[in-house]
Design a protein around this ligand. Structure first.
Ligand code: FNR
Length: 358
């Protein structure tokens, strides 16, 4: 029987994944001082053994002040690197390609973990002052962020490169820059949060400069034969914010560098006034489709993709190259095995789990 494209291998540069299903980045809010634990090992290991082609870490931050919450993962010292190396090893052992999402939370840093409310943590309760392109808080009542000087921006670009170097040494094969959800990269791109009038602000070219400098700097440390992805919020879902047309233009800039291999197409997160007209299955897929087919770069589709036939359709019809699954994979680490069964495919699994697919 013909194997659906979803279950055919895919290659980016020298890296080949056994199928086109990606475990989406999912914060576990379970680290201490940026350092993960056995929790992260079991979480990512189980999902790799469950048959996904690629398993991505949660947002892994380049500095302490770049963390969303005090319990987010980081990669800026040797202890962090040792844990990340364990994660890359266990993902690889279980048959998946290990990917790392490299992040800086920008003005959304210093927040409580979601199950404590997710609100900004004030300075006198253990919070810290976030940094941002402009001194505009993400939500009312949050500590006003420090507007970065141009030389402070360069320092952060350097931190992204340093984290990428440590990730490479730790054994990761794909790096993804987190440029979505209102965090630092997105807050530079969006006119909602970037009111600068220097080289890092103004028109879309200026607002994209930070992201392009991060790409350039990471590529200085990330080998040519390994893929680099970028996650973008394709629309801000708010009047005066980024639109899909802007995102196609940014994707063209990324493609033109020759250094980026895929745009992971998410949306929203920069404005608390955002209004998503309809949250339906695959509601962000049209963005992956537009970027792929108008900017000429591979894309990932993500968001309310829970049914195997839906995932297969997206890839088969050329709307995206890979499908990222988050919540459905949280509920069921063996989602890819279930998807293979539903599509009548024999999945590529480790021998210990082969009988799960029969
Ligand atoms: C997320 N998401 C997310 N996105 C991201 O870029 N970096 C991250 O670290 C996280 N963390 C995170 C944690 C948890 C618990 C959830 C549920 C989600 C967003 C995620 O990757 C995905 O884009 C959305 O969840 C939409 O996909 P699903 O859940 O509809 O498949």
């Amino acid at each position: 029987m013909h194997t659906p494209l979803l279950f055919q291998p895919i290659s980016f540069r020298s890296v080949t994944a056994r199928n086109r299903i990606v475990v989406a980045p999912m914060c576990q809010y379970s680290a201490q001082d940026g350092l993960g634990s056995d929790w992260h090992v079991q979480h990512l290991g189980a999902r790799a053994a469950g048959g996904a082609g690629i398993v991505m870490t949660e947002a892994t931050h380049v500095s302490a002040i770049g963390r969303i919450t005090p319990h987010c993962l980081g990669l800026w010292n040797a202890d962090h690197q040792a844990l990340l190396a364990r994660l890359a090893k266990v993902i690889t052992m279980c048959g998946s390609v290990p990917a790392i999402q490299i992040a800086h939370a920008g003005r959304k840093a210093s927040s409580q973990v979601p199950w404590e409310g997710g609100k900004p943590i004030p300075l006198d309760q253990g919070g810290w002052q976030p940094v941002a392109p402009s001194a505009l808080p993400a939500v009312r009542g949050a500590t006003v962020p420090h507007a970065l000087s141009a030389s402070e921006v360069k320092d952060i670009v350097g931190q992204f490169a340093a984290t990428a170097r440590m990730a490479r040494e730790a054994g990761f094969k794909i790096a993804e820059i987190h440029g979505a959800h209102g965090y630092l990269g997105h807050s530079f791109l969006s006119p909602v949060s970037n009111r600068r009038n220097d080289a890092y602000g103004g028109d879309l070219n200026g607002r994209a400069r930070f992201l392009l400098e991060v790409v350039e700097a990471i590529r200085g440390e990330w080998p040519e034969d390994l893929p680099l992805w970028v996650r973008l919020s394709c629309t801000d879902w708010v009047e005066g914010g980024l639109t899909i047309e802007d995102t196609v233009a940014v994707a063209r800039m990324l493609a033109a560098t020759g250094k980026v291999d895929l745009v992971d197409c998410s949306s929203g997160g920069v404005s608390h006034e955002q209004k998503i007209p309809s949250l339906h299955p695959g509601y962000q897929v049209p963005f992956a489709d537009a970027v792929r087919n108008q900017a000429g770069i591979a894309t990932g589709a993500v968001g309310l993709i829970t049914e195997p036939t839906h995932a297969a359709e997206i890839v088969a019809n050329g709307r995206a190259d890979v499908v990222l699954v988050a919540r459905a994979m949280l509920a069921d680490p063996a989602w890819p095995i279930r998807a293979a069964k539903a599509l009548g495919v024999k999945p590529d699994l480790l021998p210990q789990y082969l009988r799960a697919a029969v």
